[in-house]
Design a binder for this molecule. Structure first.
Ligand code: PA5
Length: 422
């Protein structure tokens, strides 16, 4: 279960505490379908939906990919790839799982060549993920990897190695999948890209990578039940209400920090979730992220001493997977024998407490978020918690947290300019 610690922020708001009754109202409107964007709340039921429809096929296809391939190339952009990539970095490689490579999230020929080089001569399959089926970056990425598949295996075998995750009915990708007989999975109509990680969008790559997606979905289901609690003790309310309170005090930037380097892509997933859900109508916190301790030596100066327009949200894991005791050194030339025998985790906890104290003293409110471990359960709990808190926070802010009208502007220009080649 995710826990939220607001003690590092409370001194900043004093008597004027976060508005839990507004969080309750937003939560209720979300659940009774009266909120803005109410046709995009299917993610709340996604664990059940996927369990009742596609989960066993996802597991079977994950096995098939592992049997036939050493690599799965996941082609998608934004919400169509960040969740799977976040899980892959956070949970790490599993024995027996394929390596995941990600493509179609940009138009850089250099990045594409790096990916092709990393793939090498290994056996591979492709999972193309696009809800609309028309997004240019993944469509081009898929065209390229499909041609590589066909060159290596011939058209018939290539078709058996392509897995398409897209809309149930519409879009160019759906049409191609039907014509070519590709194994297909659905992004439900009422689930937007950035809320789709618990559908086949995230689950198929995770299954191929060897993660226990059934356990993950069971944990997500349980977490949504816990998060449905209508009380001030609801961690999603606490986080949503705290960040809206801090925004109302002029804090403009939320810095998501974690002391685990494997959290880097999870922070990218979080940035999209919050940036795209709240950054509209001239409103919204700017979601930024740092990796501590590394960034304490690059961004630490700014956080400690720069403009006081930010607050910090620090994610921690209660049970690290490993421990490592600092060795004793006879010569003690570095003078560090006083910490020898101590676990690195103990030292990290002290560093974390020291940073918190310094940043609060420097005028940076601190929200703490903790979860059990870097495993399937921890991942599911973080995803469900952040998704629900995001929806509540966006509704408290008065925007529709499920649309992204601003993303269309560059696409319109790009297609107009490309259209000149026709
Ligand atoms: O959250 C979103 O809706 C976006 O990030 C989309 O996932 C992204 O633009 C990719 O779109 P599509 O899946 O239609 O290719």
């Amino acid at each position: 279960m995710v826990k939220v610690d607001l003690t590092g922020a409370s001194a900043f708001w004093g008597e004027n505490t976060p508005d839990f009754s507004a969080a309750r109202k937003a939560h209720e409107a979300l659940c009774d379908g009266s909120c803005r964007g109410n046709d995009f709340t299917g993610w709340l039921k996604l664990p059940e939906t996927v369990e009742n429809t596609e989960l066993s096929r996802i597991v079977a296809c994950g096995r098939r990919i592992r049997e036939s391939s050493q690599v799965l190339v996941v082609v998608g952009i934004g919400g169509s790839y960040l969740g799977a990539r976040a899980a892959y970095e956070l949970l790490g490689r599993r024995e027996g799982g394929v390596e995941l490579l990600f493509a179609g999230n940009g138009l850089s020929a250099d990045a594409l060549m790096d990916t092709i080089e990393r793939l090498g001569n290994r056996d591979f399959s492709v999972n193309v993920v696009s809800k609309s089926g028309t997004t240019l970056e993944p469509a081009l990425g898929f065209r390229i990897f499909r041609s590589l598949l066909e060159k290596k295996y011939g058209r018939d075998e290539a078709n058996k190695r392509i897995y398409a995750t897209t809309d149930a009915r519409k879009g160019a990708l759906k049409g191609s999948a039907d014509v070519n007989g590709w194994e297909s999975f659905v992004v439900p109509d009422d689930v937007g890209g950035r809320y789709s990680v618990l559908s086949a969008v995230g689950l198929l790559p995770m299954a191929a990578a060897g993660y226990d997606v059934e356990k993950l979905i069971a944990a997500a289901k349980a977490s949504f039940v816990t998060l449905n609690n209508r009380c001030d003790c609801n961690s999603a309310w606490q986080y949503a209400a705290a960040r809206q309170r801090l925004r109302s005090m002029g804090k403009e930037i939320e810095l998501l920090a974690c002391y685990e380097p494997s959290f880097r892509m999870m922070a990218e997933w979080w940035k999209q979730l919050y940036g795209e859900s709240e950054g509209k109508e001239g409103l919204g916190l700017f979601p930024a992220s740092v990796e501590y301790n590394a960034d304490l030596h690059s961004m630490g100066q700014y956080v400690q001493d720069g403009p006081r327009h930010l607050f910090e949200t620090v994610v921690s894991f209660e049970r690290p997977a490993h421990s490592y005791a600092v060795p004793f050194d006879e010569s003690n030339t570095d003078g560090l024998n006083y910490v020898s025998g101590h676990d690195l985790n103990e030292i990290a906890a002290i560093a974390c407490a020291a940073v918190k104290e310094a940043h609060i003293a420097g005028g940076v409110p601190n929200i703490g978020i903790s979860v059990g471990a870097r495993d399937e359960e921890g991942f599911a709990e973080l995803v469900t918690f952040f998704e629900l808190a995001c929806a509540i926070s966006g509704l408290m802010q008065g925007v529709n947290p499920f649309d992204q009208p601003g993303v269309e502007a560059y696409k319109k220009n790009m297609f107009r300019m490309l259209g000149e080649w026709k």
